[in-house]
Design a protein around this ligand. Structure first.
Ligand code: NAD
Length: 484
């Protein structure tokens, strides 16, 4: 074990204390822009994970959090949301240094959305806490939404704080206790969040954080624990399959938010200014490291050339570089391993018959906004999630053909439709096999709406009442009302 006293350190947070691993093990947290470690992080083994789960178990079985009213829990969670807002810079910079997203995105957007997640679910739990069902038979039934227990939350690195709060906020609001394992490439903001939760008055043991890797490490130890009651996972589809197997064996309900290969359909009747602007955001935000990325772009033939010229020019105008600069729009990819994966796709474009309209590899772990045309529909670039700033484009002729091309994928997380024809917008939205369809926009969310995917994109939905149903154990109570 190596300890560098000049670097930042992020520990596990267990039972209200920030701690080292029992054996003192740590790992380096590498800044993908400098390609050098900027902090050290505690590396959990099974023993540390078991300690965190035991702490969450005690806090659930004997502690005040599940027994507190929704109002009191909501007050504490709103205080946490305020602290997240107040610490926007530190939290946002932690994500930027961890995984290279521009500060305009992390400080400028993600931290605010994280605070919104926390505030929203605090209010939602208070307002959606019970259903009353007067029955014709003279009985009275009602549903109690009691907390499920100990929640294992496992998060990816692409929107670290935002996706962690998307899980932690509803879990806490409904009275559960949590063990959060952030991704090994983006650990810092989770420890910061847990520190703020303690400051806000969340009792010790209610929000625990353990750091480490997936298979054979903290992630696997957490999902295999028999003392947990729910697993909420966001990450790759292959990991989702592994976790689902363990959850199945232990009969632990699991929510899986997995990969995507979003289709973006631009019809000839679209407002092309809007379509170009949103299509750029849909694939190049966060350097394309977005499960919802519009990585398959289909454009109606009548406007194909014009759209492609304008789209390519907009891609070339993006500011690529140091993510800590406020004007940067696209930073490096998150890690060396991820860059190597995207590079393999970049190096096989021509061999697969594709043509690079613009883009290519940059210095370090940077990939420039890349637009590919002329590629056969069965090439891996159309079918696999590249998870980088890389889009494949093809023309289509009819609406039916566009829908068929969009649905020709194992994924089904989301799709985008650009059209000014109202009937077409509704017709196509209904026909697309996806958890979310955006019409003339992208990435806009109402936290009450269901969020999740079809097929290899996931199992279950989260958001609003959908999160309530997952993070609680709904109980029916039926009372006889004696007639006078
Ligand atoms: P990943 O599956 O490699 O890792 C995600 C998390 O799971 C990490 O914390 C990792 O340590 C942990 N993990 C890995 N293997 C594990 C195992 N066997 N047991 C327990 N934990 C394990 O994914 P990633 O590379 O971090 O994230 C990118 C993926 O996430 C992409 O496929 C992306 O589309 C997907 N994603 C989906 C959504 C969504 O909402 N649907 C959102 C963001 C990202």
């Amino acid at each position: 074990m190596r300890v560098d006293h000049d670097m930042e350190f992020y520990g596990h947070v267990i039972d209200g204390e920030e701690v080292e691993s029992h054996d003192g093990a740590r790992f380096d947290d590498v800044d993908p822009w400098t390609q050098k470690p900027w902090s050290e992080v505690a590396l959990a083994s099974k023993r540390d994970v078991d300690k965190a789960v035991a702490s969450a178990r005690r806090a659930f079985d004997d502690g005040p959090w599940p027994r507190m009213g929704y109002t009191e829990r909501g007050r504490i969670l709103h205080r946490l949301a305020e602290l997240v807002e107040q610490n926007k810079r530190e939290l946002g910079l932690a994500d930027t240094r961890d995984m290279g997203k521009p500060v305009a995105q992390s400080i400028g957007n993600d931290v605010g959305r994280s605070a919104l997640n926390i505030g929203f679910f605090a209010d939602h739990a208070r307002l959606a806490a019970a259903d009353a069902l007067p029955m014709d038979s003279g009985h009275h039934a009602y549903t109690r939404y009691g907390p499920a227990g100990v929640v294992a939350a496992i998060a990816p690195w692409n929107f670290p704080l935002m996706l962690e709060t998307w899980k932690v906020a509803p879990a806490l609001a409904w009275g559960n206790t949590v063990v959060l394992k952030p991704a090994e490439d983006s650990p810092a903001s989770a420890t910061l969040l847990a520190r703020l939760a303690l400051e806000a008055g969340v009792p010790p043991g209610v929000l625990n954080v353990v750091h480490g890797y997936g298979p054979g490490s903290a992630g696997q130890a957490l999902t295999e624990s028999t003392a947990i009651d729910r697993i909420t996972f966001t990450g790759a589809s292959s990991t989702g399959r592994d976790i689902a197997e363990i959850a199945g064996a232990n009969l632990v309900p699991v929510s899986l938010e997995l990969g995507g290969k979003g289709a973006n359909l631009v019809f000839a009747d679209a407002d092309l200014d809007k379509a170009v602007e949103w299509s750029i955001k849909a694939i190049f935000t966060n350097a394309g490291q977005v499960c919802l990325a519009g990585s398959r772009l289909y454009v109606q033939r009548d406007v194909y050339d014009e759209f492609l010229d304008r789209f390519t020019a907009a891609a070339e105008a993006m500011v690529v570089g140091d993510p800590s600069e406020p004007g940067t729009q696209l930073g490096p990819l998150a890690s060396e391993a991820h860059f190597a994966k995207v590079r393999r796709y970049m190096e096989t474009i021509e061999a697969e018959g594709g043509r690079i309209r613009t883009g290519g590899l940059g210095g370090g772990w940077v990939v420039h906004p890349t637009v590919i045309t002329d590629m056969a529909q069965d090439a891996p670039h159309w079918r696999e999630e590249i998870f980088g700033p890389v889009v494949v484009v093809a023309p289509f002729d009819s609406e039916a053909e566009a829908v068929a091309m969009a649905n020709d994928t194992e994924y089904g997380l989301n799709a985008m439709v650009f059209t000014e024809n109202l009937s077409r917008a509704h017709r196509v939205s209904a026909a697309l096999r996806a958890g979310t369809v955006w019409v003339n926009c992208f990435f806009i969310r109402d936290l009450r709406a269901p969020f999740g995917g079809v097929g290899a994109s996931g199992v279950g939905r989260e958001g609003g009442d959908f999160s309530r149903d997952f993070f609680t154990e709904p109980k029916a109570v039926v009372m006889q009302i004696d007639q006078a």
